[in-house]
Ligand binder design. Sequence first.
Ligand code: SAJ
Length: 454
Amino acid sequence: MAWGCIIIEVGAMNLVGTESRNYAQELEEKIRTRTARVGVMGLGYVGLPLAVEFAKAGFAVTGLEVEANKVAGINAGESYVLDVPSAQLRSLVEAGRLRASGDFSLLRELDTVSICVPTPLRKTKDPDMSYIDTACRQIAKHLHPGMLIVLESTTYPGTTAEFVLPMLEESGLRVGEEFFLAFSPERVDPGNPNYQTANIPKVIGGITAECTRLGALFCAQALQVVVPVSSTRVAEMVKLLENTFRMINIGLANEMALMCDRMGIDVWEVIEAAATKPFGFMPFYPGPGLGGHCIPIDPFYLSWKTRQAGIEARFIELAGYINCQMPLFVVEKIQNALNDQAKPLKGSHIHIMGVAYKRDIDDLRESPALDIMHLLKKHGARLSYSDPYVPSLTVDGLGLAAEPPDVAAGAADCVVVVTDHSAFDYHQLVENARLIVDTRNALKGMHSGKIVRL
Ligand code: SAJ
């Protein structure tokens, strides 16, 4: 999107003794000439790719990170994020374009700061705002005129205006004139080969129109498509709609699986055939449960906020309930499959294929595999697993190391495909295993009495 340069002609007004600087104009100049000193707080799967994109665009970027090992890794040119190749990181670090530090006083030297810190849920399903709070307190301590602050962490509508802005205004600086504040949802899809930080359209909304304008201009220097919206609340809600849409539709797919199971219908065939409809339908698939740090979490930021407004987010609560039932449903399938072979679950050796929360990534957060392994262990089953991305894990104090699939799968009483990594040899698995419960339709097109599907 081409940005017309807006020139505010400050005539030769006689500002005797009241020389007022135009911080917006100064910041715009720094952004356009890419001399703005860029900061990114939180160098995880969102922050590091973002820092790299602005460094590639020619800015001097400072990554601020609390974990010393990540700081050391980045400054050594070693990437720990799947979507950032170490070679690319190293070249930017060596060129002096990108550095990492744990020293938050560096904030006073920066012109822009993008906040990319986690927004988890507490056990009570209330938002945990502690990371945003800590980051904003650091920024407030070092806030100076002319700074642009962009919050990227997924959060409830109103966070930027009600939670962040007051902290920054304690400095006495005026938003929209002396500093600029916006919200821009991160949309990173870890491991996605087609969409990465640079080419995912970037939504951004500011506290004031000037905040939006400068925020959008900043993003446009490094990202291919920028979508300005009218406020921070709209931008916050955009993200929650995206991920709530996804969570609820996955919940529907899971409920379809439960219904088809009871009626003896192949839910995978139903979805595949429905997906031939060229309009008005979008396929989602049942699975062992909902993992990751976005989809199972984000919608509850929205339902928490709507409850405060006296509105019950019933779809979210219902879909959340159904998704949480899936690990139990999978364990019931395993138990019934073993029972058909006159084997109790207790004492049986269950081998889990794939434990990451989704295919071809290494992230275990909220993975349904952990819930399934917890339940199996509680029933007295013996556990082993294979996952090329996860070398080891602990479930209920039991430490396990990943095993090569061929031997373990052949020795197990039942193999469960929980995460359908592309690296697995599914034909070999069907040959080796005595019994397989497939929760992902990874064995599609393979027919054997030893295969049980969701
Ligand atoms: N899942 C299903 N059935 C489906 C799709 C997903 O059971 O049809 C499960 C996955 O196995 C996983 C969980 O849901 O356990 C989440 O899967 P996901 O594909 O949504 O992957 P995420 O969590 O990495 O979601 C990200 C999201 N990105 C951000 O929130 C920034 C989401 O917005 C993307 O749409 C999604 O990637 C994507 O497109 O893959």
